[in-house]
Design a protein around this ligand. Structure first.
Ligand SMILES: [Zn+2]
Length: 306
């Protein structure tokens, strides 16, 4: 499985190549971010077998029209079913039209694995919960191939993790790679707009996910508008609960993680140890080198690097 986290500025656009399928999670193409060049290069057959839209904010759906006009064939769409009232944005309307045209499937949170074909499956751990808050209803999905997995947290907030996701899925949500929530916002760690204070931050989700790598899709820290993510206190918490490293697309540019089955397979016993409640034991267990992931970083434009 290869995962390409594109550096799109403040937004999300992640490409996954698994079992010969092309998967796109969210779409944020703008004139400044070269994302269209990158996806043309990586999905060069112009097929998107599965498109996941975590939620209908513009930094997750802008550019769907450009993709289709460029000749990309989107075969299947998954979404949460949550609708914003009164959104008049053009990109929002385009996304809804596309959902209708492609008979998009509304996912329901469940422990059950969703098998799409003999080789590829995923899990949905959060979807439309009926709350009147778009981030509470953002999709959370995990894509798994053999022993390796990547969890996409969408723009979920602390409240939904505390009230829904962790109570229901604590023992199955662990993943090798975490795509951080909401561009590294502190809203993942502080509920009800609590003042940032590490003592009162919510950390149960990070203990349960126990990622080796966390990727934050956001602008570089010195390039964000005041009070926009990534927030320093949130990045520090991600670092504390991530076993190898935390990378920010704005700092590194496009990031590719190549999860190689042959190099290192984590056993079930090891997995159980790693999801144990005590964070100390997790760190104790991690091998010095954990070589199943090869990381490469690509400066723009992508096409120069092949
Ligand atoms: Zn967002």
């Amino acid at each position: 499985m290869k995962i390409h986290f594109l550096n799109v500025g403040h937004g999300d656009m992640t490409l996954v190549e698994v079992c010969g399928k092309n998967i796109l999670i969210d779409c944020y193409i703008s004139e400044e971010n070269y994302a269209l060049d990158s996806i043309r290069k990586i999905f060069n057959n112009k097929i998107i077998d599965y498109l996941f839209i975590t939620h209908l904010h513009d930094d997750h759906i802008t550019g769907l029209e450009e993709l289709v006009n460029d000749g990309f064939d989107i075969k299947n769409i998954f979404e949460s079913g949550y609708r914003e009232k009164d959104s008049k944005q053009k990109v929002y309307k385009y996304a809804l039209d596309l959902f209708r045209k492609k008979s998009a499937i509304k996912l329901v949170a469940s422990e059950e694995k969703i098998n799409l074909d003999p080789d590829f499956s995923f899990y949905c751990y959060n979807s439309n919960n009926g709350m009147n808050d778009i981030h509470y209803n953002s999709l959370v999905i995990k894509i798994e191939e053999n022993n390796h997995s990547v969890l996409f947290a969408g723009d979920t907030n602390c409240e939904v993790w505390q009230e829904e996701i962790i109570p229901n899925f604590r023992y199955c949500i662990n993943a090798d790679i975490l795509h951080a929530s909401h561009h590294g916002s502190r809203s993942f760690f502080y509920c009800n707009n609590d003042e940032p204070n590490e003592v009162f931050s919510y950390k149960e989700h990070m203990k349960a996910i126990a990622p080796f790598y966390t990727i934050i899709s956001a602008k570089r820290k010195d390039d964000v508008e005041e009070d926009w993510p990534p927030h320093n206190d949130a990045v520090e918490l991600y670092k504390k609960y991530t076993k190898k490293s935390v990378l920010i697309t704005g700092e590194e540019d496009n990031i590719t993680l190549d999860l190689d089955e042959d190099i290192y397979n984590i056993s079930e016993t090891e997995k159980n140890l790693l999801t144990n409640d005590s964070i100390t034991s997790q760190f104790d267990f991690v091998p010095e080198e954990y070589p199943f992931v090869t990381i490469s970083k690509h400066s723009k434009p992508w096409c120069l690097y092949g």
